[in-house]
Design a protein around this ligand. Structure first.
Ligand SMILES: [Zn+2]
Length: 409
C-alpha cells in the first residue's frame, strides 16, 4: 500500500469483502456433499472415481476448471489430479483374511495399503453385507480401520472396498472383497510341517520316506505357493492375527521344520534365505549339537537371519500327561535353555509325535507359550485353539500337485 494514499479506508474494506466473497464461493461449493451412491451412510462417494451407475453427471469438483491464478483453490481441492500418473494402490494386509470364518470376535477390520492414502472419508467407498453398524478411522496414513458392531455367529459377512485413493491420487489396483464370519471352521492359514529335506531315490524304507521331502520337491512347493499368490509369514505373525487380529497378507502360509535335522539347514535354509522367506524350527535342547542335530551356533545364525526357534520338548517325548516336575523340564527348562542359548524369546511349542491334551495345553500356557502345534492335518486355524494349531505334514512323494489339494485356497 502506498503511504499517503487517499483512497478512503471504507472503499478498501468494501473491495476486500467483495473479492473475498467471490473467491470463497467456488471454494465453499467444492466440498459440498456429493450425491450418495454408497451402501454405507457414514461415507460419501469420492468425487474422482464415480461408481458404476453411481454419480449423476460430472462431478463438479473434478471437472470444474479451476482458474490457474487461484492457487489457493488447488491446495484446498483434494481431488485435483496430479500430472504424473499416480501409482495404483495395492492392499498389502488385512484382517480378516479372505475366507476366515472364525474371526476373533473383538477384532476390528484392518486394511493396510502400500502407500499413504487420502484420509478424507469421502475418498473411500466400501460396504459390509449384511449391513453392520460401522465406522472408519485411519490408524496411520496407509492403515484403515473399520470398527463394527458385534457380529453374529454363523452369519457370512462380506466387506467390499470398491474405491480408495492415495495421496498421489491413485485408485485401487482392483477392488478388495473379503468374506468372513464368526464361530465357523477357522482361518485359512495352512502350517506346513517338514522334517528332513534330503535327496532320496524313493527306495528307502517307508518310515524314512514318510518324514522326508527332496530338495527339488521343496523348491516345487515354494514355487506352487508363489503361483497361488500365497505369502509365507512367520508363526508369530499368524498367531498375532489369531490372538489379536493383527492384519496378514493374502493367503498366508507358515513353514515349520521339526527336530533340528541338519539336512533341513543345509538344503532348505539357503533356498529360504535366497527368497527372503521365514520359517520356524522346533528343536529339543537335550540333543543340540549331537550327531545329526543342529548346533547352537547354527540355531543362533538362524535367529540372526530372522527365523523362529520353538521348543519340541526338552527331550523328544510324549507330553500329553506330564507331572508338574516333568512339565518343568519338558516345557520350562526347554524354553529357558533355548532362550539362554539363542537370545530369542521362545513362544511356540510343537508336540512331539503330535500327542497333545488339555492338560499339556494348560501347562504350556502357564510356562508362557503363546501357541502350540499338533500334527492334525488341516489347513484352518481357530483363535480359541491356539494351543492346538493344525499342521499339514509334508512327506516324500509329496509332489506340488498333491500339496495343492491340501491347501485351503
Ligand atoms: Zn519331532
Amino acid at each position: 500500500m502506498i503511504p499517503g494514499n487517499r483512497v478512503p479506508l471504507l472503499a478498501l474494506i468494501m473491495a476486500y469483502v467483495v473479492a473475498g466473497a467471490l473467491l470463497a464461493r467456488p471454494l465453499l461449493a467444492a466440498p459440498a456433499p456429493a450425491p450418495a451412491s454408497v451402501a454405507h451412510p457414514l461415507l460419501t462417494v469420492p468425487q474422482s472415481s464415480p461408481t458404476p451407475g453411481g454419480s449423476p453427471g460430472p462431478s463438479p469438483a473434478v471437472h470444474a476448471t479451476p482458474k490457474p491464478s487461484l492457487a489457493v483453490t488447488a491446495t484446498l481441492a483434494p481431488t485435483a489430479t496430479p500430472t504424473p500418473t499416480p501409482r495404483p494402490v495395492r492392499v498389502l494386509r488385512s484382517c480378516p483374511i479372505d475366507g476366515d470364518m472364525d474371526l476373533l470376535a473383538a477384532a476390528p477390520i484392518h486394511i493396510v495399503f502400500d502407500q499413504p492414502m487420502d484420509n478424507d472419508p469421502s475418498s473411500v467407498i466400501w460396504s459390509i453385507t449384511p449391513t453392520l453398524e460401522s465406522r472408519v478411522e485411519w490408524l496411520a496414513p496407509e492403515h484403515l480401520l473399520v470398527r463394527t458392531a458385534p457380529r453374529e455367529a454363523g452369519v457370512e459377512y462380506r466387506i467390499v472396498l470398491e474405491a480408495a485413493r492415495s495421496r498421489e491420487g491413485g485408485g485401487l489396483e482392483r477392488p478388495l472383497g473379503l468374506t468372513f464370519g464368526q464361530g465357523g471352521m477357522g482361518a485359512p492359514i495352512p502350517i506346513l510341517m517338514y522334517h528332513h529335506i534330503d535327496p532320496l531315490d524313493g527306495t528307502e524304507p517307508a518310515d524314512t520316506l514318510e518324514w522326508t521331502v527332496s530338495p527339488q520337491q521343496f523348491v516345487a512347493h515354494l514355487n506352487l505357493l508363489e503361483e497361488l499368490g500365497a505369502h509365507v509369514v512367520s508363526l508369530g505373525e499368524a498367531v498375532d492375527y489369531l490372538q489379536r487380529g493383527e492384519p496378514l497378507p493374502p493367503r498366508p502360509v507358515v513353514l515349520t521344520f521339526d527336530d533340528g535335522n541338519p539336512c533341513a539347514y543345509e538344503n532348505a535354509v539357503p533356498v529360504l534365505r535366497e527368497r527372503g522367506l521365514t520359517a520356524t524350527f522346533f528343536v529339543c535342547p537335550a540333543y543340540i549339537g549331537d550327531f545329526n542335530v543342529l548346533s547352537w551356533e547354527q540355531l543362533r545364525s538362524l535367529v540372526e537371519d530372522g527365523f523362529t526357534i520353538g521348543a519340541h520338548g526338552y527331550e523328544h517325548v510324549k507330553v500329553h500327561a506330564l507331572s508338574p516336575a516333568e512339565a518343568e523340564v519338558q516345557f520350562g527348562l526347554a524354553k529357558r535353555r533355548l532362550e539362554e542359548e539363542t537370545g530369542a524369546q521362545v513362544e511356540f511349542f510343537a508336540y512331539p509325535f503330535g500327542w497333545f491334551s488339555r492338560r499339556a495345553a494348560a501347562q504350556l500356557a502357564a510356562y508362557g507359550y503363546r501357541a502350540a502345534l499338533t500334527i492334525n492335518p488341516w489347513g484352518y486355524q481357530k483363535p480359541a485353539d491356539l494351543m492346538y494349531l493344525n499342521r499339514i505334514r509334508m512327506a516324500y512323494g509329496e509332489p506340488a500337485d498333491e500339496l495343492r489339494y491340501k491347501l485351503p485356497w
